[in-house]
Design a protein around this ligand. Sequence first.
Ligand code: MEV
Length: 298
Amino acid sequence: MGGAVSSAPAVLFLFGEHAVVYDEPGLLCAIEKRTKVKTTLSEENSIKSSVGDLSYVEKSIEKTKEKINTNKPVSLTVESEIPVGAGLGSSAAVTVATIDSVSRALGEKFEKKQVAELAYQVEKDIQEDASRSQTFTSSIGGAVRIKNDEIKHVTLQKNPEIIVGYDGGNSPTGKMVADVAELKNSINQLDKIIDSIGDICLEGVKSIEKGDLKRVGKLMNINHGLLGAIGVSSSSLDDLVWTARDSGALGAKLTGAGGSGCIVVLCKNNCKNIELSLDEKADEVFRGKMSEGLKRLK
Ligand code: MEV
């Protein structure tokens, strides 16, 4: 029996994480690090996975079967290149790839947007507060501007050169989102900061569409400062951000939920130098090559 194999990419935020949870816009980009899921029909349910936390895979199987109204047992193999809980949408990628692979193995092929929407429901069940941003970007790929359920591909004049630096740690998204909500409930001024992250994102979209990467970099730096103000940066992320800036990056910021994990760096001509400087401090450094979304491999 052949089975269905699907793969979905990691995603990073150029602008807007956390603010997207409060209906502000975000600009995201799918990158070439992927999670692959193979599903076969079998005698009983089983999951073999290189990813420790199986909650997203299990919930995805449950929701997919519910949607197509079946309870047939399936056997899954999950392989991932994406660090978990590090700001690169590992849970979105595994959720998107699982839903697509399981549904096709069970004889149903969803549109990519339907996969993304179901994946969002899975994230929402597990995290309580979640946005559609990462599941949609992972499913449809490329650079995507998202505000609630308005999703638009962004056409780039120049392909930005992106480096990702990983501090080796991870933070649960649900907890980081809950921490921001708590601060927001106790400090009124947080609303203005979240609005400003949304404004900076819109400026960032305009600048990237015009190909003004210098301005994009400056706006990324401001976005990082605002994320620090809402309490989601950390000394290890700040250290990587400043290492990249001191080596000449156009801009650098954390990506994803923060706390610990990855930064995203925009560079031009001097990317090699920046990579070498980051190599001395980071656990892992790699190029963020823009990628297509969900792939149906078999
Ligand atoms: C998490 O990687 C990104 C957040 O904006 C949460 C979400 O969008 O669901 C913090």
